[in-house]
Write a protein that binds this ligand. Structure first.
Ligand SMILES: NC(=O)c1ccc[n+]([C@@H]2O[C@H](COP(=O)([O-])OP(=O)(O)OC[C@H]3O[C@@H](n4cnc5c(N)ncnc54)[C@H](O)[C@@H]3O)[C@@H](O)[C@H]2O)c1
Length: 328
């Protein structure tokens, strides 16, 4: 299982982070770390990508937080270095963001492992590969984890902390503290296809692609349906609290069973966790308990729910974000 000897130090304020790969993501991640005061070394085997870093990072820096006012100071926190052995010197974290190819990442991780003292955390930004596959040739596996950003990484405030059978729980906690230090929220998940976010996102996207394939709904109707119904609710509360707030668990179970009966699709089968809530009478806000416990009466909860939803929908209608993007 895990190596007991691995010492995990707190992410040191202003400490050095090495980002390996100065492509699309590496450029954004390096900028984000520099914005939050880390001393960043950005490494790429292509000198041209290192040379173009400042030019590519300027517009990124200008679009978040206080970035526009601090561009020169932030970018001065990033040094560029083509040699990996030099780039990792003094780093407490080496974050790999090379292209999504298993053999390339395996080579880079074997090198990172060889070059870095054993108390340096080695992270991958992989979107889809298993961390344990990437770390196949790593000797000190207990310091390896996934730190996966969601595009645009400097603005979307969530990172997935992906752990494996060989990741000590303390390293996941470390990931949460590191996320705090860059003003992001860490969500932990075991390695599995799609991790957490893509697993959920692609369940919806593949269904929508199927609707498009079969010509069952138009592009605009699909987007309007999601944008003006489930979208705002999910943005405010996430899927489980939304479920508690809007519908009885009994109804959710009945709908899943009906969909299963009509389609025979195992994905619609009512799951044990849902059945257990129904059996216990935990129907959601209306019974005071669902996935969450509710501290006030259902009437008060519903009033607050509707106020929040109205505010968000008013904002969306006033801003008209789709028109502002000038698409047809
Ligand atoms: N593009 C996205 O929106 C996105 C989002 C989340 C995660 N990711 C993940 O982030 C990673 C990077 O994606 P990207 O889109 O930035 O890729 P990219 O192709 O833009 O950049 C990869 C960079 O890695 C460099 N590189 C390759 N081998 C190297 C080596 N041995 N040493 C140093 N540098 C090396 C390349 O020269 C290139 O500049 C991938 O794992 C990807 O799946 C991408």
């Amino acid at each position: 299982m895990t190596e007991p000897i691995f010492e995990i130090k707190d992410p040191p304020e202003g400490g050095r982070v090495c980002v390996v790969g100065a492509g699309f993501m590496g450029c954004v991640i390096a900028t984000l770390y520099a914005y939050h005061g880390y001393d960043v070394v950005l490494c790429d085997k292509e000198q041209s990508l290192l040379d173009s870093f400042v030019e590519r990072a300027r517009p990124i820096t200008a679009t978040f937080g206080q970035g526009a006012a601090r561009i020169d100071e932030i970018l001065s926190n990033v040094a560029t270095e083509p040699d990996l052995g030099t780039a990792v010197q003094g780093a407490f974290l080496v974050h790999e963001a090379v292209q999504e190819a298993l053999d390339v990442k395996q080579d880079v991780f074997a090198e990172m492992d060889r070059l870095c003292p054993t108390d340096v955390v080695l992270a991958s930004n992989t979107s889809s590969l298993l961390i344990s596959d990437i770390a196949t040739r790593v000797e000190h596996k207990a310091r390896v984890l996934g730190i996966h950003y969601i595009t645009p990484a400097h603005i979307i405030p969530v990172i997935e902390i992906i752990h494996t059978d060989f990741t000590p729980p303390r390293l996941v906690d470390w990931g949460r503290r590191f996320a705090d230090s860059i003003d992001h929220v860490a969500v932990a998940c075991p390695e599995r296809p799609g991790f957490l976010i893509n697993k959920i996102q692609f369940a919806m996207l593949t269904e929508i692609h199927r609707l498009m394939d079969e010509g069952l709904a138009s592009r605009d109707d699909i987007d309007a349906a999601v944008r003006l119904s489930i979208g705002p609710r999910l943005a405010l509360w996430g899927p489980l609290l939304t479920e508690d707030l809007i519908v009885s668990k009994q109804t959710v179970l009945a709908v899943t069973e009906s969909l299963y009966k009509q389609t025979g699709d195992e994905n619609f089968k009512g799951r044990d966790a849902l059945r257990d809530l129904v059996a216990a009478g935990h129907m959601g806000a209306m019974s005071g308990q669902g996935w969450y416990s509710f501290q006030q009466s259902n009437d008060e909860t519903v009033r607050e729910r509707d106020r929040q939803l109205s505010d968000l929908l008013t904002w969306l209608r006033e801003r008209d974000p789709v028109s502002a993007l000038k698409v047809r």
